[in-house]
Design a protein around this ligand. Sequence first.
Ligand code: G6P
Length: 607
Amino acid sequence: MCGIVGIVGQAPVAPLIVDALKRLEYRGYDSAGVATLDKGKLDRRRAEGKLVNLERRLGDDPLGGTIGIGHTRWATHGVPNEANAHPHFAEDVAVVHNGIIENFSELRDELKADGVVFSSQTDTEVVAHLVARELKNGASAQDAAFEALKRLRGAFALAIMFRGEEDLIVGARNGPPLAVGHGDGEMYLGSDAIALAPFTNAITYLEDGDWVAVRRGGMEIFDMAGQPVERARQQSVGTSLLVDKGNHRHFMEKEIHEQPEMISHTLAHYLDFAGGTVADFALPFDFAKIERLAISACGTAYLAGLIGKYWLERYARLPVDIDIASEFRYREMPLPDNSAALFISQSGETADTLASLRYCRGEGIPITAIVNVRESTIARESDGIFPTLAGPEIGVASTKAFTCQLSVLAALTLKAAKARGTISAEEEKALVRQLSEAPRYASQALKLSSGIEKVARELSHVRHVLYLGRDTNYPLALEGALKLKEISYIHAEGYAAGELKHGPIALIDEQMPVIVIAPHDRIFEKTVSNMQEVAARGGRIVLVTDEKGARNATLDTLETIVLPDVPEFVAPIVYALPIQMLAYHTAVIMGTDVDQPRNLAKSVTVE
Ligand code: G6P
């Protein structure tokens, strides 16, 4: 989604803003722009496509000035062309915006009736004109921004700059995140702490309904009644981490390879390996006393939650309702008193997940979240958080966040099972030991690349792929299909293997590769029967299994990817890796933009 940067600085800011925008590229965007104020002149450069186009534009025609705002745009209203790129201008006002102004057409009609001529198709431009109108009516810059903000409905993070005000940027937040960075004689605004990492790690996060006047000497935050409010200054952890690709071609490749280490860090946070027990971490509810857990998330995080449901129900006998957050938020699910909610989100900013959280808040049940970004809104609004220790995830397609979410869910399963008395101390010890081996198995899985590349070459020639799995391999089949379509643009579908006969079998012919995820577990034989049905219809099978499975699946495959024999409980964590690698290698062969696939955003802050 869109990224925002603002700097009130000492040195020329345009190159610094571009540098900060590069750190927001991971969020997904399709055009970009910068505006500065230089000796009373408000000017901008904008370009369609990647930041390199904007840099070229700035190289040909530089912008001076020590105050400026910048933006990466993920198109919502209006195609991604230069005219729709931010910053948007209206007379003395420049605006960048992340989100959707829901009442923009009503405001645009009102402004048009006042004689305003619009130069873009965006919802954002109304904000610039509203502020400009207030200025013309004699308001100060700060008051003009405040008056305009009062007219807006919807989701927004905004940065506003004014000709004649060389020491002021106004920021505002209602929904999408916005952070203020504190420097020495310089101040910053950014969509997240990663954007501001080169400048400062002293960060203040705005809360919904806050707006801020940022000047070189400091900042003042106000609420929508115009009253000053205090928000804490924090040291951002994200800033201490170097966000680069290392020796890897893509962030996604790097993040896939980081998994053994990140899974290990995450598990170590929740388990006492030496004692063979789940660690003594705090919960805002008692697993022994709740009767239902409602899990809600989006995308890959939702699929992690789906695996969590299998685990929590099987090992802890705890009934789990799991929903896609965009459905949950509107379906008015009854939540009895003895239930609790768990939200899963890498970014901690996904609009639908946040809205679901707020629904549960309204219902008065305890709220917990598995998040990767600890300073995020979802983390701050939860009663208890379970951080994943995955480090910053930059590739749009989630990889290490997923396996770390699974690691937390596995630990929570043990915590719940222990509290509910459904596992003995010996069983707990055995499961903790199994989990402690997960990083080693994951390292072994990373060595499988040659067989996976061979399959990827096959996939790069096809239009459709089917993924099948049973039990926890069913969510993995969904995740495999999601990863493949996200980054290679090949149409892929994941199905519960048992559902094959109820529809997807009609699709099978010699052109259709079918990827079957089937470790040799309790229901391996059932999945083999489904593979026979595929083979009988000429379907080409790629079997992802273990050594025992490979020996027992006596049928011809296009390729069999053989993982180490791993205990059933940890299998989803390990089997996620070949699934990710398959999508990654297919996308690389096809030459797509692996880290920033078309139309996708990393942090989805609008619904
Ligand atoms: C986007 C990303 C996915 C992610 C989903 C949920 O669609 O591209 O990778 O799984 O959002 O994001 P969250 O930050 O809530 O985990």
